[in-house]
Design a protein around this ligand. Sequence first.
Ligand code: GLY
Length: 353
Amino acid sequence: MDNTGVILCHDMKLELTESINLCAPDQLYVLTDETTHALCWPLLQDVKALAQAHHIIIRPGDVNKNLETLSDVWQALSEQGATRHSLLICLGGGMVTDLGGFAASTFKRGIKYINIPTTLLAMVDAAVGGKTAINFNGLKNEIGVFQPAFRVLLETEFLHTLDTHNLLSGYAEMLKHGLISNYMTLNELLAFDMAEIDYDQLKRMVGLSVSVKEEIVEKDPKEQGLRKALNLGHTIGHAFESLALSQQRPVLHGYAVAWGLVCELYLSHVNAQFPREVMRRVIHFIHENYGSFIFTCDDYEQLYQYMMHDKKNKGGIINFTLLNDVGELRLNQTATKNLIYETLDFYRENMGI
Ligand code: GLY
C-alpha cells in the first residue's frame, strides 16, 4: 500500500479485515446497489469482520445518484445507529463509490469509508482520488466534496465477470493515464488484446494506471492545477456524452472519453505538435475497439455549446488539457470555434463516419 491508501489486493479478505481492524469502528455498514449486492457481495460474505455489518442497498444506475438516494443512505445510517466512529464500506461501481463517499463524508460531519470498486472504470478512476458527488438539477456530479477514502481495495477478480463494454469503458481512462505518463505504459496499453484478455497482465496494468492518478492527486488533491491533466479527452468527451443523452442514445462514459481523446489528440497535434504517428496509433486502437460515435455537421453547434458550458471552464473560455508529446502536459489550453469545428471534421473523416 502507498500513502494514499490504495491497495492492489493479493488477498482481499485479509486486506479488508486488516483495514477494518485498523479503523476499529463501533458499527459497520456495507453499501451496495441491487446488482453488486447480488453479484459482488457473495465474494465477501464470509469475511468474519463483516458478520455484524448492516446492509444498505440502493437502486443501481447513474439516474439514482441523486439527493433522494443520498437521503435514503443518511436515513439508514441514522436509524441503524451509526456514530462518528462508524465505517461505511462502498462496494460497487462509480455510482456507489461517489454517492457512498459523499454520504460518509457528510454524515455527522464525516465518517470513514472504504471503497471496493467492482468495475474497471471505478478501479482506475472514480473510486480513487477522493472526489465524491451526486448529480443535481440535471447536472452530473454537481454536489460533492473532496474527501479521500480511508482505503481503496482493488480486487481485479471482479473484472472476470464484467461485460466487454464496461471493461472498455474503464480501459479508456487507462489509455488516458498512459498518454499523460510515458511511452512504455502507453505502448503496452495499445498492444493489449482486448479480445483475448490476459487478466494477470490487466491486473498489473491496473496497478500502474492507478499509480499515475495517485501521483497527480497527491500533488494536487483539489484540482488547482496539475490534476487537470486527468481531464484529457474529457472536454469533448463530455460533449459527446451529453449529446448522446439528449438524443436518447446514451453512451458509456469511457466510450465518450475514448472518442474525446481522438479529438483532443488532434487538437494537441495542431496546437502543440503532438507527434502525428502516435496520434494515428491511438486513433487506430480506439476505432478498432470502440467503433464510432455517429453525428453530423448539424450537431456541431450543440456540441460546441456543451463545451462552452463545461464546468472546468473559467471566464467563459473552453479549457482543454493538451499534450506536446506523451507525458508532456499543456494545461489550461483553449481553441477557437473554427478549430473545434475542424476537429469535429477530422473526427468524422478519420473514424469512418
Ligand atoms: N476523474 C478525474 C479526477 O478524478 O480528477
